[in-house]
Design a protein around this ligand. Structure first.
Ligand SMILES: C[S@@+](CC[C@H](N)C(=O)[O-])C[C@H]1O[C@@H](n2cnc3c(N)ncnc32)[C@H](O)[C@@H]1O
Length: 273
């Protein structure tokens, strides 16, 4: 059996009771290591805390490993119980549908144990979840690569009066271009996009596109470390959020659409002074 277990957004104790029972019953535990800090091994204390609470050794599985060795994980799951841990919910934003499809094709039974995701915990900002449009991802711009296809999506959402959740790039274990050309991979240091970088990139795109999807005064909400004890949520005009220090990752950003009076009342609590 393959258990795909959501860990939630806070710390190791956010696992559900059902998730913990499943993990403790498994003989092998993998953890997805490309969409969150906790699982990145960048915080060794967090990993040690997980292992201590779960009473199991955890193999951190980076994107390369999941892509290249998934069949090995699935063969193990055909013979014994294996848990694959995902920070947040297994189907929140980074879907693990491909893993489920492959498992099912190999005849491996799958059980999913859900948890909170950035996609629903964001409700704490006060904007109603059913008034969001398409979620977008903002990638880091480089000198050669400045993809901005998210712009049309923001524009569509805003034309419909809907809010836009922007997920911000995480670059972990990315090989440098030069090392790929040389045929021997050397990895870039890990990077996480801040709310500030996301806003500067959005301004750059807006300027290049002629400017009508959003403006410097558009109301936005910057969110950092959602679900943890030190989460930070600040609402205000986009240009003012540029100067706010949101602290350590992970960050995301909301471009606010048309608001309902109750949404506005809640937003007041987060408004920049
Ligand atoms: C691809 S999603 C991962 C989704 C995860 N499986 C879940 O269900 O929450 C990763 C992006 O979501 C956002 N994110 C995830 N966790 C967050 C948190 N605790 N606080 C703020 N943003 C977060 C960041 O922008 C990050 O780059």
């Amino acid at each position: 059996m393959l258990y795909i277990v959501g860990l939630g957004l806070g710390d190791e104790r956010d696992i559900t009771v059902r998730g913990l029972d499943a993990v403790r019953s498994c003989s092998k535990i993998y953890m997805e290591a490309y969409t969150s800090l906790l699982s990145l091994g960048l915080d060794p204390a967090a990993l040690a805390n997980l292992e201590k609470l779960y009473g199991k050794e955890i193999t951190v599985a980076d994107r390369e490993m999941v892509e290249e060795r998934v069949d090995q994980v699935l063969s193990e799951a055909a013979d014994t119980d294996v848990a694959f841990l995902v920070v947040g919910d297994p189907f929140g934003a980074t879907t693990h549908t491909d893993l489920v499809v492959r498992a099912k094709k190999m005849g491996v039974e799958v059980k999913v144990i859900h948890n909170a995701s950035v996609m629903n915990a964001i409700g704490v900002c006060g904007l109603q979840l059913y008034r969001y449009g398409e979620t977008i991802s903002i990638p880091f711009f480089t000198d050669e690569w400045r993809p901005d296809s998210f712009y049309e999506k923001i524009q569509n959402n805003r034309q419909l009066g809907l809010h836009t959740l922007c997920l911000l790039d995480i670059r972990v274990k990315e090989p440098t271009w030069e090392s790929l050309a040389r045929g021997k991979k050397v990895y870039e240091p890990p990077r996480f996009m801040t709310v500030n970088t996301a806003i500067s990139q959005l301004f750059e795109v807006e300027e290049a596109r002629g400017g009508y999807a959003y403006r410097r005064e558009t109301l936005c909400i910057g969110v950092a470390r959602l679900g943890s004890d030190d989460q930070k949520i600040v609402a205000g005009p986009m240009e003012k959020l540029l100067d706010v220090d949101f602290g350590p990752p992970l960050h995301c950003l909301i471009i606010v659409g048309e608001t309902h009076p109750l949404e506005e009342e809640m937003l007041e609590f987060y408004m920049i002074k």
